[in-house]
Design a protein around this ligand. Structure first.
Ligand code: MEV
Length: 322
């Protein structure tokens, strides 16, 4: 195996969160905060993981531990990726995996999916298999499902393909949008959301009120389809309207919070075309589209949020020079 370093982008959900888990399309964009993953051969047959950004300073495992269920939290996605890759393609040497992130795993920018895709891609290039993007997606999606049990895979698609994508769960549809760079202002609430808990909450609600919740998802699907058109034309005022409607439907699912709402309303009051939460809800980030980005940023800060500067639609997984 050759020593290889790759990087993968973080992501932001623009439209259609939650509905995407139930087969409706969503729109996701890759952002210019990246996760670096390096793999290198080791003399012994063991596995070593150094992922300080997710609390793993140094973890040493035997090959048999890839099947273990007792892996520390921060290393689970890397171990699942190693396991699925080596089951399918085999890896003959010991491996050291090192990660370095440009974004906090607290933001909801998709650090788990970015590190999973990064590990698969680095192994793929490291052992000379040169997997297609579809195969990288498939193995990474399997690995994420192994660890967290739920998820549409939209974050994995963003890490693999980059750009701004219209996406249907499991990668049944991955269509790049010809969207210009979005004038997006991002506000972080300071609260870490638990996606799995929120997805399960929505599932429980859907069991009680199937027609109501499916009706909400259908409307979100309409919004995502309209959003694709207006984003491609750069019609930000109309995209902002769709964001506001999408936020109303997320309220209907019960996943917004007072902290998110505070930032969302302050962005709108400062003249944003539209604003909504991004991701599972419960905390993490809100996004807004704004002509006067500085004014909206100030409003978000004044409302207690942390502004995170990002560029949208950036490149997917790539091999880095080392
Ligand atoms: C979480 O960021 C977005 C959800 O739609 C879950 C998923 O699609 O995996 C809530």
């Amino acid at each position: 195996m050759e020593k290889v370093e790759v990087s993968t982008p973080g992501k932001l959900m623009l439209f259609g969160e939650h509905a995407v888990v139930y087969g409706r399309p969503c729109i996701v964009t890759a952002v210019d905060r990246r996760m670096k993953v390096k793999v290198e051969p080791m003399k012994n047959q063991g596995i070593e993981i150094a992922a300080p950004d997710v609390g793993v300073e140094k973890l040493s495992l035997g090959v048999q531990d890839l099947e273990s269920t007792e892996i520390p939290k921060g290393a689970r996605f890397i171990v699942a990726a190693l396991r699925n890759f080596s089951r399918r393609y085999g890896v003959s040497s010991g491996i050291k995996v090192t990660t370095e992130s440009e974004f906090s795993s607290e933001f909801g920018f998709g650090s788990s999916s970015a590190v999973t895709v990064g590990t698969i891609a680095a192994l793929s290039w490291g052992v000379g298999e040169n997997l297609s993007k579809e195969e990288m997606f498939r193995l990474a999606y399997q690995s994420v499902l192994d660890v967290q049990g739920v998820g549409s895979g939209f974050d994995i698609a963003a890490a693999v393909w980059g750009g701004t994508l219209s996406f249907i769960a499991g990668g049944r549809e991955v269509v790049p949008l010809l969207a210009p760079r979005l004038p997006l202002v991002v506000g972080y609430t300071g609260i870490k959301a638990d996606t799995t808990v929120l997805v399960k909450d929505v599932a429980r609600k859907r069991e009680v009120w199937p027609n109501l919740i499916d009706g909400v998802f259908d409307l979100m699907a309409v919004i995502s389809k309209l959003a694709k058109e207006v984003l491609e034309k750069g019609e930000w005022d109309r995209a902002g309207d769709l964001m506001n409607s999408n936020q109303g439907l997320l309220e209907a699912l019960g996943v917004s919070t007072i902290e998110l709402s505070r930032l969302i309303f302050s962005a709108r009051q400062a003249g944003a075309w539209g604003a909504k939460l991004s991701g599972a809800g419960g905390g993490d980030c809100m996004i807004s589209l704004a002509e006067d980005e500085e004014k909206v940023e100030r409003a978000i800060r004044d409302a207690g949020g942390v502004v995170i500067k990002v560029r949208t639609g950036t490149e997917g997984v790539r091999r880095e020079e080392i």
